[in-house]
Design a protein around this ligand. Structure first.
Ligand code: ATP
Ligand code: MN
Length: 451
C-alpha cells in the first residue's frame, strides 16, 4: 500500500505492510540499526524508520544517507516503544532514489533563520516552518472557496491584464507586447496588471447577485514593508442588494469561518507556530473566532487616537488617512481584538464608495487585526449615477473611460457592497509569521523576484 505519512499517523494501524516515499531528515546509527527520520510533506511529523545493518544495501547505501536524500521504503508499521512517537517502520526494502551531497546541501539539521531561507526559496519548503505555512495556506484557500460556495456565491475569474485602473495609476505595472509601438498599443489602450478585480466583479454581481474573485493582484508600490508585496492574492466578494452592515457581517463571518477551519484541520502545524513563531497564537485565534469584532467609526477612531499622549510619526487629525501605526495602536493597544473602522472621509477614498447623507464621509469599512493592521478594505458602492459621475469628476477620473461601469447604474442599478481581503495578510495572521515574504511561495518585492 502506497500511503502518505500524514494518513498513516492518523490511522494508527499497526502490523501492516506499507510503502512510503519521501526525503531523509536525519540518520542516527546504533549497534545493529540505523534510525532514519523521513518526511514526505503530507504533515509536519516525520516517520521514524529502522534499518537493520543486515539489509543488503546497508553498507553501500543506507549507511551513507544524509539530510535531503530521497528514498522509497517498504516495510511493516509497528507501535513505537520510543517516547513521543506512536508508530515506526521496520524496513524490508529501502531504495535510494536521489542523493544529496552533505557537503553542499544547504539544509543541514539545525535551525536556519527565515532571512537565510528566503535566499533559497527553491529549497525552503522542505523545512518544518515553511512546509507548515504551505499547508495552512492551502487549507485557508480551500476554506475561502468552501465559505462562498456553501453560501451560493459564484466564483468569477476576473482579468489579470486590464485597461481599467481601479485606484491609483501610480501603483500599476504596465503590460506591453515586445516591439509594441507607443501609438499602436497591443490592446488598443495602455494595459496593465490588475490592482483589483472589483470593478469587473461588480459587473457580475449585477447579474448573478453574489460573486467573488480570488486571484493574483499586482501593485508597483515602492513600499518595502513586512506587509506589502508587488504580487499578492486577494479575495474579493461583491454582493448585490447588500449594504455596509451586510458587508461587514459577511467579512467577519468569512474570517471566523476560515480560522475555525484551520483550528480544526491544521492543529499540528498551528501548534508549531504557537511554540516557535508567535507565543499564544492558538489563544489569539480561538478568541477571534469566539467573540464579536469591535465596531468604531472613523470619527471615534480619530477622537480616541488624538486624545492619547502617544507620539505618532503622523499626527492624528480629522481628514488624515489612518497610517499603519494608528491602525495597529487601535487593534493592538486599545482593543486587543479585530476592529472594524467605518465611515471614512470621502476625500481619502476612491470614487466608487457610496457617499453618505452627511456629504463628507463614505460607507467604507476597514478591518484591522493585531500584528498586521489592515487585513480587509471594503465599502458599499455608489449605486446612484449622478453621484458616481460627480465623484469621478472630483477625483480626476474620466467618466468616458468608465462608460461600461456607469451602464451598471443606468440599467437596473441596486445597492451593493464588497470588500478585498489580502490573502497573504490572512496567512500571516493565522500563522504569526512576521514577514509577508514568508507566507507566499515566491515573493515579489522591489528588487527581488527569485525563481
Ligand atoms: P495598505 O494601506 O495596507 O497598503 P490598501 O488600503 O492599499 O492597503 P486595499 O486597496 O484596500 O489596501 O486592498 C485590499 C486588501 O489587500 C488590504 O486590506 C490588504 O489586506 C491587501 N493588500 C493591499 N496591498 C497589498 C500589498 N501590497 N501586499 C499584500 N497585500 C496587500
Ligand atoms: Mn496599499
Amino acid at each position: 500500500m502506497n500511503k502518505r505519512i500524514g494518513t498513516l499517523l492518523k490511522q494508527k494501524e499497526t502490523g501492516i505492510q506499507v510503502v512510503i516515499k519521501g526525503w531523509v531528515r536525519t540518520r542516527r546509527d546504533t549497534g545493529s540499526f540505523s534510525f532514519l527520520e523521513i518526511n514526505d510533506g503530507s504533515c509536519l511529523a516525520n516517520l521514524q524508520i529502522i534499518a537493520d545493518k543486515n539489509l543488503p544495501n546497508y553498507k553501500d547505501e543506507i549507511s551513507k544517507l544524509s539530510a535531503g536524500c530521497s528514498v522509497i521504503v517498504k516495510g511493516c508499521l509497528q507501535e513505537s516503544p520510543a517516547k513521543g512517537q506512536q508508530l515506526e517502520l521496520q524496513v524490508d526494502l529501502l531504495e535510494v532514489v536521489g542523493w544529496a551531497d552533505p557537503e553542499t546541501y544547504p539544509l543541514q539539521k539545525k535551525r536556519h533563520s527565515l532571512e537565510f531561507l528566503r535566499s533559497i526559496s527553491h529549497l525552503r519548503p522542505r523545512t518544518n516552518a515553511l512546509g507548515a505555512v504551505t499547508r495552512v495556506r492551502s487549507r485557508l484557500s480551500y476554506a475561502v472557496h468552501s465559505f462562498f460556495q456553501e453560501r451560493d456565491f459564484s466564483q468569477i475569474h476576473t482579468p489579470i491584464i486590464t485597461t481599467s485602473d481601479c485606484e491609483g495609476a501610480g501603483e500599476m505595472f504596465q503590460v506591453r507586447a515586445s516591439g509594441e509601438k507607443d501609438d499602436k498599443p497591443f490592446f488598443g489602450l495602455q494595459a496593465g496588471l490588475t490592482v483589483s478585480g472589483q470593478l469587473q466583479a461588480e459587473v457580475y454581481a449585477a447579474a448573478l447577485g453574489r460573486v467573488y474573485t480570488f486571484g493574483p493582484t499586482f501593485r508597483a508600490e515602492n513600499s518595502n514593508t513586512s506587509r506589502h508585496l508587488a504580487e499578492f492574492w486577494m479575495v474579493e466578494p461583491e454582493m448585490a442588494f447588500c449594504d455596509l452592515s451586510c458587508n461587514m457581517a459577511v467579512a467577519e463571518e468569512l474570517l471566523k469561518f476560515v480560522l475555525r477551519d484551520i483550528l480544526s484541520n491544521c492543529a499540528e502545524d498551528l501548534a508549531l507556530f504557537d511554540k516557535f513563531i508567535e507565543k499564544d497564537l492558538l489563544n489569539k485565534l480561538q478568541n477571534v473566532v469566539e467573540n464579536d469584532f469591535v465596531h468604531i467609526t472613523y470619527d471615534q477612531a480619530v477622537e480616541q487616537l488624538s486624545g492619547l499622549n502617544e507620539r505618532f510619526d503622523f499626527p492624528v487629525e480629522w481628514g488624515i488617512d489612518l497610517q499603519s501605526e494608528h491602525e495597529r495602536y487601535l487593534t493592538e493597544k486599545l482593543y486587543q481584538h479585530p476592529v472594524i473602522v467605518t465611515d471614512y472621509p470621502a476625500a481619502i477614498k476612491p470614487f466608487y464608495m457610496r457617499l453618505s447623507d452627511d456629504g463628507k464621509t463614505v460607507a467604507a469599512m476597514d478591518i484591522l487585526v493585531p500584528g498586521i493592521g489592515e487585513i480587509v478594505g471594503g465599502s458599499q458602492r455608489e449605486e446612484r449615477l449622478d453621484k458616481l459621475v460627480s465623484r469621478m469628476e472630483e477625483t480626476g477620473v474620466d467618466p468616458h473611460e468608465y462608460n461600461w461601469y456607469l451602464d451598471l447604474r443606468r440599467y437596473g442599478t441596486m445597492p451593493h457592497a464588497g470588500f478585498g481581503l489580502g490573502f497573504e495578510r490572512l496567512v500571516q495572521f493565522a500563522t504569526g509569521m512576521k514577514n509577508i515574504r514568508d507566507v507566499i511561495p515566491f515573493p515579489r518585492t522591489p528588487g527581488l523576484a527569485p525563481c
